[in-house]
Design a protein around this ligand. Structure first.
Ligand code: FE2
Length: 193
C-alpha cells in the first residue's frame, strides 16, 4: 500500500517487501559488483539473482511514478548494466526489443505478466505467449527477444533488469490488424533515456 500522490514522482523510499518507507542507505561501491562470465542465459539468470540480493545497490532507489513505470540504472560495469523498474497496477512497457543486448530480469515484489512474441512458420504472424511472474521468478533472454511486461496485479511491483552489453537501442512495436509486428519507434541510449 503506497500513500496518495502529490506529484508525478513519489519521492519517498519504500521497502520492497512491505512497501513501507525505509531509511536511506549508504551509496553502493561499484568495486564490488559481481562479474558476468559470458552472456549465456544461465549466467545472466545467476547475475540477476545475485543482484536481487544486493539491496545496497537498489534498496534506496525504489520509487513509483504515477504516469508511467519508473526506471533507474543502479549498476554498470564493463560487461553489463542493471536497472530497477517499478510498476503501479496497469503500467507496462509495451512491446519492445533490446537491440543487440541479451538480458534477464527478476521480480522483487508484486506480480507482472510478460507477453513474449514467439516466431511462427514463415509468413505467419508471431504468437504472444504470456506468463505471470511473482517474487523471485527470473526470466533470461538472448539478443532479439521481444516482449511486453505489465503489472497486472492490484499492488505495486518492483523488478530488477540486467542487460549485457549495456542497452544501446530499443525498438517499440505494435501488432497491426493482421497480427504482424510493426516498428513504431526506435529509442537510443543518451537520447531517449
Ligand atoms: Fe524488456
Amino acid at each position: 500500500m503506497i500513500p496518495s500522490f502529490s506529484s508525478d514522482i513519489v519521492v519517498n523510499m519504500y521497502d520492497v517487501s512491505t512497501c513501507r518507507p525505509v531509511r536511506r542507505r549508504a551509496a553502493p561501491s561499484l568495486a564490488v559488483l559481481p562479474r558476468l562470465p559470458g552472456h549465456t542465459t544461465g549466467a545472466l539468470c545467476r547475475l540477476a539473482q545475485d543482484l536481487s540480493r544486493r539491496t545496497d545497490l537498489w534498496g534506496s532507489r525504489v520509487r513509483f511514478a504515477r504516469d508511467t513505470r519508473y526506471a533507474v540504472r543502479v549498476a554498470a560495469s564493463d560487461d553489463y548494466e542493471a536497472w530497477l523498474l517499478t510498476w503501479l497496477p496497469g503500467q507496462s512497457t509495451g512491446l519492445h526489443d533490446h537491440g543487440g543486448s541479451a538480458g534477464a530480469f527478476v521480480v522483487l515484489e508484486g506480480v507482472v505478466r510478460e507477453a513474449v512474441a514467439v516466431a511462427t512458420p514463415s509468413g505467419s504472424p508471431p504468437r504472444l505467449v504470456s506468463r505471470t511472474l511473482g517474487p523471485g521468478r527470473v526470466r533470461a533472454f538472448g539478443e532479439g527477444y521481444l516482449h511486453d511486461v505489465m503489472n497486472t496485479g492490484h499492488r505495486p511491483a518492483v523488478s530488477l533488469h540486467v542487460y549485457a552489453p549495456a542497452l544501446e537501442t530499443m525498438r517499440r512495436f505494435v501488432l497491426d490488424e493482421q497480427g504482424r509486428l510493426q516498428v513504431v519507434s526506435e529509442e537510443r541510449s543518451g537520447a531517449d533515456w
